[in-house]
Write a protein of this length. Structure first.
Length: 275
């Protein structure tokens, strides 16, 4: 175990080497390769003692996963998942019910839009591309959470986490329809937090600074966003998937037990800048 020394929640002066997520069952979606934010999260959760299940969308990417997973301390459960397919969501629920019967943490790290909708003018977005981007990148959080709700309740409460970007609240040229999807996603976080708080299920988002991943490489001008962090952020350093993973581990842990409906920026402070 990574062994962050930690004071137990009863605040006795005892310290122990148990991980932040010891005893938790966690599902991490959206691991395409070693640069994925989902992979940074899986590694942090593994280090902190969580038992993991991970998903892949295409069989092609399952090969990437098969190469990565031996890096974890324990082999996770691995399932296919296409969030646009209701059957796929049901199958995931059924298999997790069978294997675990409960779930403490659900990580939604999924987004997709047509490449042509991630450059040029937002004005030119067609209905089909708009609906697809919103379906995969925003609605899927609600669909996945609803499908796995009973498992989260069976765990006695838990935590749902999603990944967002500052393009939801500011204009980032070329981010276009994905900015609109992230605005819907962040609003969904708040409504889900309200619905699920009574079940002791917390719902939060991490707003990550730009990271060069497969999804990000579809957005025109991603390198400008990366340079902007180094040139203008209060902490002039790029963000890594591991940084997001550490913040996600905190949000999934008991230390965040009264934090819900929140968007936590992990962007070296870039979002506070006027220009
Ligand atoms: P990745 O490309 O590594 O991960 C995106 C994941 O979404 C992939 O695993 C992809 O699978 C999956 N996905 C796409 N469509 C579906 C679907 N229909 N069903 C199931 N899974 C699907 O990129 P990131 O790690 O960057 O992206 C993860 C999240 O982080 C996204 O929400 C992204 O918007 C967000 N984010 C990213 C930032 C960045 O700069 N990289 C900044 C802030 C937020 P497949 O490849 O098989 O399609």
């Amino acid at each position: 175990m990574g062994g962050i020394r930690r004071v137990l929640p009863n605040m006795v002066r005892e310290v122990t080497d148990v991980g932040l997520l010891e005893g938790q069952m966690a599902l991490v979606t959206g691991i395409a390769n070693k640069r994925s934010i989902g992979w940074g999260i899986a590694k942090a959760f593994d280090r902190e003692g969580a038992t993991l299940a991970v998903t892949y969308q295409s069989p092609r990417l399952k090969e990437n996963l098969d190469r990565l997973l031996p890096e974890l301390s324990r082999p996770p459960l691995v399932f296919p998942l296409d969030v646009t397919d209701s059957e796929s969501l049901k199958e995931l629920r059924d298999v997790l019910t069978r294997e675990w019967g409960r779930l403490h943490t659900l990580v939604h790290s999924i987004a997709h839009a047509n490449t042509e909708d991630l450059s040029g003018r937002f004005l030119d977005t067609e209905r089909e591309g708009y609906l697809m981007a919103l379906d995969i990148s925003a609605y899927s959080l609600t669909a996945l959470t609803r499908e796995l709700h009973a498992l989260l309740v069976a765990a006695g409460g838990g935590s749902v986490l999603t990944m967002t970007y500052q393009g939801s609240v500011r204009v980032i040229p070329n981010y276009n329809v994905m900015g609109v999807a992230k605005a819907a996603l962040e609003s969904s976080v708040r409504y889900l937090a309200w619905d699920l708080g009574k079940d002791r299920i917390r719902v939060n988002a991490v707003s990550a600074g730009p990271i060069k991943t497969l999804a990000a490489s579809g957005v025109k001008g991603i390198s400008d966003a990366l340079h902007a962090i180094e040139e203008r952020a209060p902490i002039p350093e790029k963000i890594s998937p591991d940084d997001v993973g550490n913040a996600a581990a905190f949000l999934a842990s008991d230390w965040a037990r009264h934090i819900t409906g929140h968007v936590l920026y992990v962007d070296s402070g870039f979002h506070i800048m006027g220009f």
